[in-house]
Each structure stands twice: as C-alpha cells, then as structure tokens.
Ligand binder design. Structure first.
Ligand SMILES: Nc1nc2c(ncn2[C@@H]2O[C@H](COP(=O)(O)OP(=O)(O)OP(=O)(O)O)[C@@H](O)[C@H]2O)c(=O)[nH]1
Ligand SMILES: [Mg+2]
Length: 456
C-alpha cells in the first residue's frame, strides 16, 4: 500500500507455468510508451480496444514473440488508467522476458491486487465490488461464482443506498433544529423520526442476519461425522467422496487423526470431517484423537450423528449425543442392511433435525443423505434470495452501524439533546460508508488487497 500509484505497473495475469497463451497487463500513464519501445511495429497510433498483432522485442532488440496487444485508454479501462493487455505464447521464458523488458523501460512489478486497487481508487468500483472480484476468482463452486458475480454488480451497495439516504435525512432534520433554536423538535416529530430510525435499524439487522447463510456460501459448510467406533463414519465419508480416502476396518478405533476433505455438494462447498469414534474407555493415543473429534464437533455447521442400526442404543451413543446435541444434527442410522435393533430415544429423535437410514456397505440412501445435508446445512435464505452479506468485514461494519443506531434511538427516546442523536447517526453512517470503502483507512485497504492474486 506504500506503492506509488502514479507509477506504471506490469504483471502476468495468468498463472505461472506453461500454457497455450499467457496474458500480461500494463497499467499507467507510461503504458503506451513502454509498449512502443518493446515493438518496432507500433508507430504511435494505437487503436482503442482493438486487438493488434505485433512482434515484441527483448531487451537486446531481438524478436521475442508475436503477441496480440489490446489498448484500453483510461478512463474507460479496468483500472481507469491506460491499460495494455499483451496476449503472448504461454512460455514462462517469454512472459518473463516481456516483463523484464517492461521493467527496463521504467514499469514496476504490480503488487497483489494492485490493478483492482487502482480501479477502486479511480472510482471504477466500490470496495464491495473489488472484494467480489477476488471472491469470483477464488470461487470453487458454481453457486459461489454466481453470488460473487452478483456482488460484483454492487448488489450490497445498492441495498444499502436507501437506508443511508434515510439516515442522512433524519440527521439533517435534527441538525436543522440544532442550528435554529426556534425550530424545536416537537415530541411528535421525535416519535416520527424514531419510527423511521427503527425501520432502518431493522433493515440493517436483516442484512446482518443474512450473513449466517452468506458465510456458508463464502467459506463453505463444515460437516462433521460423530459417532461411536465402528458405526461406519469412515465408510459413509468414503462413499460421499466417492473414493477410499479413510481406512475402514472392523477394528473399533480405526480412525485416529481427523480427516478433512472438501467437495462440491450440488453447488455448495462442503468440508467433510471424518473423526475418531468417540468412546470413554480409550487408550492414550485414541484419547487424543477423541479430543480432536470433539474440537471438530464444536466447529461444525452440521453434525452427522452416526449410529449402528444393528445395535441397541448404548451409553456410548448417549455420551456422544450429549456432546453433539447443541449443534444442528442429522441422525444417520447406518447398516440398515443388517437386522434392526436400534431404538432411538425420544430426546434424540426430537433433538435431531431429521433421521436418515442408510447403508454405506450397499450405498443405499446416500443420495438422500446428500440432499438432507444441503437442505439443512444451507439456510433457506442462501438458496432463495441470495444472501446479501457474504463477507465478514461487511458483517462487522453492519454490526457497528446497528449499535450506533440503537444508541441514537435510545438518545431520541430518552429526550437527550439532538446533538447526541446526530453524533450517533453520523457514526452509524460512517460504519456503513466503510463497507463501500468511502471511509476506509490504508490499513484496511492493505489487508483486503493483500489477499488478491498478482495480476488482478
Ligand atoms: N453391514 C454393514 N457394515 C458396515 C456398513 N458400514 C460400515 N460397515 C462396516 O463397519 C466396520 C466399521 O466401519 P468404519 O467405517 O471403519 O467405522 P468408523 O465409524 O469409521 O469406525 P472408527 O474409525 O473406528 O471410529 C467395517 O467393517 C465396515 O465394513 C454398513 O452399512 N453395513
Ligand atoms: Mg473411522
């Protein structure tokens, strides 16, 4: 972030390694001059947004590659500055030498996310849109990509706009009263403003609550297996992953270290965690594994409480139930291919979201299990209206804003001077402005853009 934003920057925009093509991007006021000195074909006239085939020269003026270049004059470019995109052959040697040529001509290597940072600083996008660019690049499922794309259109900023306007109006009303003493705010007006304020606060609360689903879209759903040894956790885990990831044996206590595997479950990014079977009477190594199982349970968004259909509900099962019952749980009754002896106690039936009978051995009902994991794991809001808040930073800013509005409401109701109310409202507005980046410190910006990849 200490980087000089007036310098012309260069970076590869495609990943390192060999490929058919590679793209290098140059941005800044010197971009055209630098390109001109890398090619004898460019005579000063560069048509905007029209690809052109040129021969690029290396630092010794020897032909290096034939490349397609596209010139995007600022401000109608990604960064808002003059941008040149060079599509060359995807050899690491070629890209390296083209970049060296640009550096020799005075360009500087771009820092991670610096192209997008410039786009933000030049007003081409707000901070939520810049963050969405990163999310889109990092998305691992079609659903994540779709949500990131919507955020890239500035969905959150648009949703916030009316609330911000309303707060500004309320604050201005009170400020006028402060300025002109004779314009005293009557109790009726106070009551009216208070109602309007509550409405805005409610909207912000709803948005804040949408983070519950938004977080899962962004970070994925953590689904943890818990159950007594030999109930078939690893067998189900392997079946869902469709490969023999975990060791399965008929010896109780097979799994020791928790195994974590991410997968795309019908568009939802899911992290499955297979754990050591939980039992009280375990030897020391197994006990360590069990302690870890319990740690994972505490981090789970959803617990698969695996039970053995062929055995009676035991003290061991009850011991585990007590550990998992505070979490959203699905009771998974495994081994339905064997004669049934399992009677689920009332409190387990009531406490679980649902119970599903499966056989890992025969692969029976596993589709249904997947469907239930998606159904219960992903809050309804995420599937229907696309949670507006998927980013922890936005959630934090909303929380701050809501707290300031609550204070303002109290001040208004408590008959405090308008001055206090206005102060709290302005603070609330500041918190909202941080979301879009209108008021943001360099530290915050540095933190955000450092998580981008080079060349974006
Ligand atoms: N009949 C039958 N056997 C099963 C089924 N699922 C698993 N098993 C068997 O049950 C035994 C234990 O399976 P695992 O998947 O290792 O059980 P686990 O819960 O991971 O056990 P630990 O890792 O020891 O906690 C193995 O012999 C499996 O073949 C099933 O649906 N039906
Ligand atoms: Mg196991």
């Amino acid at each position: 972030m200490n980087a000089d934003i007036h310098e012309t920057i260069v970076a590869p925009s495609t990943p390192p390694g060999r490929s058919a093509l590679a793209v290098i991007r140059l941005s800044g006021s010197e971009a055209r001059r630098i390109l001109g000195s890398l090619s004898a074909d460019i005579d000063g006239v560069l048509e905007a947004r029209s690809p052109r085939l040129v021969t690029l020269l290396d630092v010794d003026e020897e032909p290096l590659d034939n490349a397609l270049i596209t010139y995007f004059p600022g401000p109608r470019s990604y960064t808002g500055e003059d941008v040149i995109e060079i599509s060359c052959h995807g050899s690491p040697v070629v890209t390296q030498r083209i970049i060296e040529g640009c550096l020799a001509q005075g360009a500087r290597l771009a820092e991670p996310g610096e192209f997008t940072l410039r786009a933000f600083l030049n007003g081409k996008m707000d901070l939520t849109q810049a963050e969405a660019v990163r999310d889109l690049i990092e998305s691992q499922t079609a659903f994540q990509a779709q949500v990131a794309r919507e955020q890239m259109e500035g969905m959150l900023s648009k949703v916030l706009q009316p609330a911000r306007r309303e707060l500004i109006e309320i604050a201005s009303h009170l400020e006028t009263a402060l300025e002109f003493v004779e314009d005293d705010v009557t109790p009726e007006t106070r009551a009216q403003l208070s109602t309007r304020l509550t409405k805005v606060r409610d909207q912000l609360c709803d948005l804040e609550a949408s983070y519950e689903a938004g977080r899962i879209i962004h970070d994925g759903l953590t689904v943890v297996f818990a159950g007594k040894p030999n109930s078939g956790k690893s067998s189900i885990f392997n079946e869902l992953l469709e490969h023999e990831r975990a060791i399965v044996t008929d010896v109780p206590g097979t799994t020791r270290d928790p195994l974590r595997e991410a997968m795309d479950l019908r568009g939802v990014p899911v992290l499955f965690v297979d754990t050591a079977g939980i039992r009280e009477s375990a030897e020391s190594v197994e006990r360590v594994g069990i302690a870890r199982s319990l740690e994972h349970v505490s981090e789970a968004d959803l617990v698969l409480f695996v039970l053995d259909e062929s055995q009676e509900y035991s003290d061991e099962d009850e011991f585990i139930w007590r550990k998992v019952q505070s979490k959203p749980c699905l009771a998974v009754r495994n081994k339905i291919d064997l004669p049934s002896r399992l009677q689920l106690p009332e409190q387990v039936q009531m406490g679980c979201l649902e119970s599903i009978s499966v056989s890992a051995l025969l692969g029976e009902n596993l589709d249904q299990l997947v469907e239930r994991i998606v159904k219960h794991g992903l809050p309804a809001a995420a599937k229907e209206e696309r949670a507006s808040v998927t980013n922890a930073r936005h959630k934090w800013c909303l929380e701050q804003a809501r707290c300031w509005l609550e204070r303002a409401e109290k001040a208004l109701a408590g008959g405090l001077s308008e001055e206090f109310v206005v102060h709290d409202l302005r603070k609330g507005l500041e918190s909202l402005a941080q979301i879009t980046g209108e008021t943001t410190t360099d530290d915050i910006l540095a933190g955000i853009f450092a998580s981008f990849c080079i060349g974006k």
